[in-house]
Design a protein around this ligand. Structure first.
Ligand code: T1G
Length: 690
């Protein structure tokens, strides 16, 4: 756990707790013991703290939260550093996050490798730093800058950290010699510079700037209990003499937050996202195919965005169209997006040019002949896709992976037109593809294990979040979305108005409500889809037939005056809703926000239960990961399946039975899995595929 080596009066303590040197109980105890040993070792004048692996320390062990704490806790270990009489220098070779950065800040010096990143991401887990981070960071880089860093939870690069004063130097190559030198210099000087003793950053101006940022943060997110706690903890330490008292405030706030349902949901989501990478039947020994070049069929918004993903990951990609104009327009759009990023400074001009340089355009499918992977991003029409795959079958080289970006369609039917169904799968990117992390990797009936494993690795290489799903209409995300859309339409007929439904959904934590979403995406898309695949949405269809496609036409469920992005109520729409309800003989009534949420979300959960029963998703956490990352389900509610567990499956099932009776829609009846869990007092969290 901690290697102890003494050489030339310096004890080098090397943390070794793969994969991320998380500060779990065993590592804390081993570190505490090694520090005590170095303090007592008369041959030791100075200490270096290093770590094995690509991560310095990935933080406290999140999996331990909420369980009985085993001594020494991290603050205890840091207190030993505070009380030490020998200088300790941290050699930060990789990510120092959360407790990892707190550990480094309790040392007397810090050096970092150029690739290291340093941050306090606790806010993203619904908590706050709990081992002195809210006290030492303000003393290192000013309270206002520290508050901002803890509020965003975003790490900074080693270079930025050096500029801020978090680390003393950025060192190329082996960090330990440089750390040894710094530690011995401190020993020779007799200095023991503890961050906790610094007060020079706690200036009145910095304190005022912090208060202004704190007021802003609390105003922006009044419900976020951990933001309020962060403000209280940082504020407690603004007085230079209040370090110990302020650390006690931080610890108390931290302990309260660890028990908060929001934090439990965020920690669940953290692990669910990582568990999604574990696919039944695949292992690290499953062969992979080399992916060095790619081809994308279609230069539309999706095709261009997908091509950017490859270019951003350093993979040359050919964008193929049938018509020169469409190709040029598509490539121009991509070049414009890169130019915008460079202008905003999110990429350098050199990166812009490199990435554009990796994308070439071509006319004709034969240009896909040498690609290791071909991704079809053509029109969402089965006949079009089958024709493309049939031709690709005769063009693509043996062993090439053939992927379709379809959002809904039957990947088995697409694979069936090729002589190589084992090489075919779906890669459902979410729009905009170059921004959204989520990719549903659609495992078709004959997709070979090595093809699936290669696609999942490629997803990570493209800095995406690949989640494996099975073949059905809409896979996981869109299949569940269809349930919410259907329930939302039904609510309009029964008496809720568009703005009331949207307000309930944004109040629940979504960024947008379903009707604002429809107006943004375009009512014509759903309208055409229902005409192609069936389904009824009386109000949305009536609006689309009136040419009210949403923002793109200035009117949809709402009215968008002079290009506004936020719509306003339209009496014409509300009259249409009442007329349509009357035509369906539905008596209207008012709905409370809670009723609206139940009517919308419970059917989603029910569809999730069916998806699990059918094996379309491997586990409830995969469904939650998809909805958090593809549809903005509020992460602090953990996803639909986790949320349903917190509501209680018995009451969800009972409500669904009632909805089925009220709406006459039998598909609202609880799915067998949901009914079984409800009756047995079970939770989705305990469900395992058979
Ligand atoms: N605790 C427990 N397990 C962790 C972990 C952690 N902090 N970080 C990662 N893992 C597991 C992860 O579940 C996965 O497991 C494996 O390590 C590889 O992770 C006191 C209270 C460090 C940048 O929030 O951001 O400190 O699936 O796939 O892409 O104030 O992991 O292999 O079984 O993400 O190379 C604060 C969380 C904690 C950082 C590495 N720290 N981790 O990324 O690997 S709270 C964080 C990350 C805290 C203090 C407070 C990333 C990473 P498995 P991975 P990666």
């Amino acid at each position: 756990m901690v290697r102890y080596e003494v050489d030339g009066g310096v004890a080098v303590l090397t943390l070794a707790n793969p994969p991320v040197n998380a500060l779990g109980a065993a590592l804390r105890a081993a570190l505490d013991e090694a520090l005590a040993r170095a303090e007592a070792d008369e041959s030791v004048r100075a200490i270096v703290l290093a770590a094995e692996g690509k991560v310095f320390v990935g933080g406290a062990d999140i999996s331990e939260f909420g369980k009985p704490l085993h001594a020494p806790n991290l603050p205890d270990v840091l207190e030993r550093l505070d009380a030490g009489r020998k200088p300790v220098v941290a050699a930060i070779g990789g990510a120092a996050l959360g407790g990892g950065l707190e550990l480094a800040m309790a040392c007397h010096g810090r050096i970092a490798a150029p690739a290291a990143k340093l941050g306090l991401p606790e806010i993203k887990l619904g908590i706050i730093p709990g081992a002195g981070g809210t006290q030492r960071l303000p003393r290192l880089i000013r309270p206002d800058a520290a508050f901002t860093m803890m509020l965003t939870g975003e790490p900074v690069s080693a270079e930025t950290a050096a500029g801020l004063g978090i680390v003393d130097a950025v060192v190329l190559g082996d960090l330990v010699p440089a750390a040894r030198t710094q530690a011995l210099e401190l020993a020779d000087s007799g200095a023991l510079p503890r961050v906790r003793d610094r007060a020079d950053r706690l200036t009145p101006e910095a304190r005022q700037a912090f208060e202004a940022k704190a007021a802003e943060a609390v105003k922006r997110d009044p419900e976020a209990t951990n933001v309020h706690a962060l403000v209280r903890a940082v504020r407690a330490g603004l007085d230079p003499d209040a370090f110990d008292a302020a650390v006690a405030v931080e610890r108390a706030e931290f302990r309260t937050l660890v028990e908060d349902p929001r934090s439990k949901a965020l920690r669940y989501a953290f692990f669910a996202e990582r568990e999604a990478a574990r696919v039944p039947g695949l292992s690290k020994d499953t062969p992979r195919r080399p992916i060095e070049t790619a081809a994308v069929i279609g230069a539309g918004t999706m095709g261009g965005g997908i091509a950017m993903c490859f270019a951003n990951a350093g993979i040359p990609v050919t964008v193929i169209e049938t018509e020169a104009g469409a190709l040029e327009r598509g490539l121009d759009r991509v070049r414009g997006l890169y130019a915008g990023s460079a202008k905003r400074g999110s990429i350098t001009e050199a990166q812009r040019d490199e990435r554009i340089g990796r994308i070439t355009g071509a006319i004709g499918l034969e240009n896909a002949a040498q690609a290791d992977i071909v991704i079809e991003a053509a029109f969402e029409d089965m006949a079009v896709k089958r024709e493309i795959f049939s031709k690709l079958d005769g063009i693509a080289k043996p062993g090439a992976i053939l992927a379709t970006n379809t959002s809904y369609l039957d990947v088995d039917a697409i694979a069936a037109v090729t002589g190589r169904p084992q090489d075919v799968l779906g890669l459902h990117f979410f729009s905009p593809a170059n921004v959204m992390r989520l990719v549903e990797v659609v495992r078709a009936g004959k997709t070979a294990p090595d093809v699936l494993a290669t696609a999942l690795d490629l997803g990570k290489r493209l800095n995406k979040l690949p989640v494996t799903v099975g073949v059905c209409f809409g896979f996981v995300g869109n299949r569940i979305l269809e349930r919410r859309s259907r329930a939302a339409e039904r609510l309009l007929l029964e008496g809720a108005l568009p703005h009331e439904v949207d307000a309930a959904v944004t109040g629940f934590g979504f960024r947008m409500g379903p009707f604002a979403m429809s107006d943004l995406a375009g009512l014509d898309i759903g309208w055409r889809s229902r005409k192609d695949f069936g389904g009824r949405a009386p109000v949305a269809d009536a609006l689309a037939e009136m040419g009210r496609f949403g923002q793109k036409t200035g009117r949809g469920f709402f009215v968008y005056s002079d290009g506004a992005r936020t719509g306003t109520r339209d009496p014409e729409v509300e009259a249409l809703i009442e007329k349509t309800a009357a035509e369906h003989g539905i008596a209207r009534r008012s709905f409370t926000p809670d009723e609206i949420i139940a009517r919308l979300m419970y059917p989603m959960v029910n569809e999730g239960a069916r998806i699990l029963e059918e094996g379309i998703a491997a586990r409830p956490g995969d469904i939650d990961t998809i909805w958090i990352n593809g549809y903005n389900w509020p992460a602090w509610r953990g996803g639909p399946m986790h949320w349903a567990d917190t509501v209680g499956l018995k009451s969800v099932a009972e409500a669904l039975t009632r909805f089925a009776r009220e709406t006459g829609d039998d598909s609202q009846e609880p799915a067998p899995l949901l009914r079984k869990l409800a009756e047995s007092g079970g939770r989705f969290a305990d469900w395992k595929a058979r």
